[in-house]
Design a protein around this ligand. Structure first.
Ligand SMILES: C[S@@+](CC[C@H](N)C(=O)[O-])C[C@H]1O[C@@H](n2cnc3c(N)ncnc32)[C@H](O)[C@@H]1O
Ligand code: SF4
Length: 371
C-alpha cells in the first residue's frame, strides 16, 4: 500500500459550546489535557506501526484546536514532528476561534510548521454574534486576524455563516464586504443548518426559528456574486479561494484520497476500509493508553459506495467530475443536463448555478446502484 498522504487530528474542546454546532466536542478541561495529548501521540505511534504515513496535508480541526494553551500545542506539535516524515508536507492547517488567538501562540505555530489558519468569524455583526452564542466580539476577531498576519501567516481562511436567525440581507452583504476588505486568501461561507441535538434545532422544532429555502438560495446567490466580484473563485459550494489558495486537504477528501484521522470521533479511510474512533475523550484515552485501538466502528466499503461518495463530493466542486465516472447513471445525467442543473466542462460534468442551489438533492440520485 502507498503511504497515507492526508492526516486529520480532531481536538474536541471548546471554551463554550455554540448552540448550532453538532461537531463532537466537550467544554475545555485543562486537567484532562495532559492525558489527552499523550493519547493522541500514542494513537499516532499505533498508526505508524501499521501504515506508512508521509503527509502532504495535515488538518487540525475540532472543536477548537486553538483552545489548547501555547505550551500544550507546542508539546503536541513537537511530538508529531518527532514521529512524522514531513519532507513532503505542503499544507498544515489549524482551526482557531478568535477568542483563543495570541501573538505568542500564533508565532509558535508558525515556527513549528503550521502554514495555514482557519478562523471561525461567522459574522461581523455584534447582534448576530450574540444570537450565535459566540464567545468573541467582532473587534476581537479583527484583532486576531491582524495577529495572524503579524505572526507571518500568509494563508488564512475565515469561516462565515448565513441564514442565521434575524440576519438581514444587508447584514450579510456587509459581512461579505468587510471580509473581502480584510483580504483573507480563502473564505468558507456556510448556510446555517439546523443540526439534530443542538439548541438551535430545538428552537426550530418549536417553531421559534424557521428555514426558508428561497431565502437561503437568495443569500447563497448574493455570496457567489459578491465574492466573485472580490476576486474569489468558488471552487466548492461553500468554499471560495484566491487563485491557487484552495484548501489542498479538503480537495484530497473530495477527490476520494485515503486519509488517517486521529482523536475522538475522527474517521479514517484506507482503500476499502473505513473506521471511526470512539466519540468520548475519556473512552478514547482509556483505550489508546492501554494499547487498544481507538476505533469503535469499522466497515468495508464497496466499489459502489466509494463511487457514490466520489460523485456526491465531486459534484460540489467547480472542477466537476469526469463524465466517464457518471456513465452508469447516463439517463439521470442527460435529464439534469437538459434541465440546466448540470453543464459539460471539457471532459467533465459540473453543476450550474441553478444546480448548486439544490446540490444535495441532485447528489441523492447518484447514491447506491444506478437504476
Ligand atoms: C470546527 S468550527 C471552526 C473553528 C472554531 N471551532 C470556531 O468555531 O471558531 C467549523 C465551522 O463550521 C461552521 N459550522 C458549525 N456548525 C454549523 C452549522 N450548524 N451550520 C453551518 N455551519 C456550521 C462554522 O462556520 C465553524 O466555524
Ligand atoms: S462552532 Fe466552533 S467553537 Fe462553536 S461549538 Fe462548534 S467547534 Fe466549538
Amino acid at each position: 500500500m502507498p503511504p497515507i498522504r492526508h492526516l486529520y487530528v480532531h481536538i474536541p474542546f471548546c471554551l463554550k459550546v455554540c448552540p448550532y454546532c453538532s461537531f463532537y466536542k466537550e467544554t475545555l478541561d485543562r486537567e484532562k489535557m495532559r492525558r489527552f495529548l499523550d493519547a493522541l501521540l500514542a494513537e499516532l505511534d499505533q498508526a505508524l506501526s501499521r501504515d506508512a504515513l508521509r503527509p502532504r496535508t495535515i488538518f487540525f480541526g475540532g472543536g477548537t484546536p486553538s483552545a489548547l494553551s501555547t505550551s500544550q500545542l507546542e508539546t503536541l506539535l513537537t511530538g508529531m514532528r518527532e514521529r512524522l516524515d514531513l519532507s513532503e508536507l505542503v499544507e498544515w492547517t489549524l482551526e482557531m476561534n478568535p477568542a483563543t488567538v495570541s501573538l505568542e501562540k500564533a508565532r509558535m505555530l508558525r515556527a513549528l510548521g503550521v502554514n495555514r489558519i482557519s478562523m471561525g468569524v461567522q459574522s461581523w455583526e455584534p447582534e448576530l454574534l450574540k444570537v450565535l452564542g459566540r464567545v468573541h466580539t467582532a473587534a476581537q476577531a479583527e484583532r486576531s486576524y491582524e495577529i495572524l498576519r503579524e505572526a507571518g501567516f500568509d494563508n488564512v481562511n475565515l469561516d462565515l455563516m448565513f441564514a442565521v436567525p434575524t440576519q438581514t440581507r444587508a447584514q450579510w452583504a456587509a459581512t461579505l464586504e468587510k471580509t473581502i476588505a480584510l483580504g483573507p486568501e480563502h473564505l468558507s461561507a456556510y448556510c446555517l443548518t439546523y443540526e439534530e441535538d443542538t439548541a438551535f434545532y430545538r428552537r426550530f422544532q418549536s417553531g421559534e426559528y424557521a428555514q426558508d429555502k428561497d431565502w437561503d438560495a437568495d443569500l447563497f446567490e448574493l455570496t457567489l456574486d459578491r465574492l466573485a466580484a472580490g476576486g474569489y473563485e468558488p471552487y466548492e459550494i461553500s468554499n471560495h479561494a484566491r487563485p491557487g489558495r484552495e484548501c489542498l486537504h479538503n480537495l484530497a477528501y473530495w477527490e476520494g484520497a485515503d486519509y488517517l484521522g486521529l482523536g475522538p470521533s475522527a474517521f479514517s479511510t484506507r482503500g476499502m476500509d473505513r473506521w471511526e474512533n470512539v466519540e468520548s475523550v475519556a473512552a478514547y484515552c482509556e483505550r489508546v493508553l492501554s494499547g487498544k485501538p481507538a476505533a469503535e466502528f469499522r466497515e468495508t466499503l464497496t466499489p459502489a459506495i466509494r463511487l457514490s461518495e466520489r460523485v456526491a463530493f465531486g459534484l460540489r466542486t467547480s472542477r466537476g467530475l469526469d463524465a466517464a465516472l457518471l456513465a452508469p447513471w447516463q439517463p439521470k445525467v442527460d435529464e439534469y443536463l437538459e434541465a440546466g442543473f448540470f453543464e459539460p466542462h471539457g471532459e467533465k460534468i459540473r453543476l450550474t448555478r441553478k444546480g448548486k442551489l439544490v446540490a444535495d438533492s441532485l447528489a441523492e440520485a447518484f447514491m447506491g446502484e444506478p437504476e
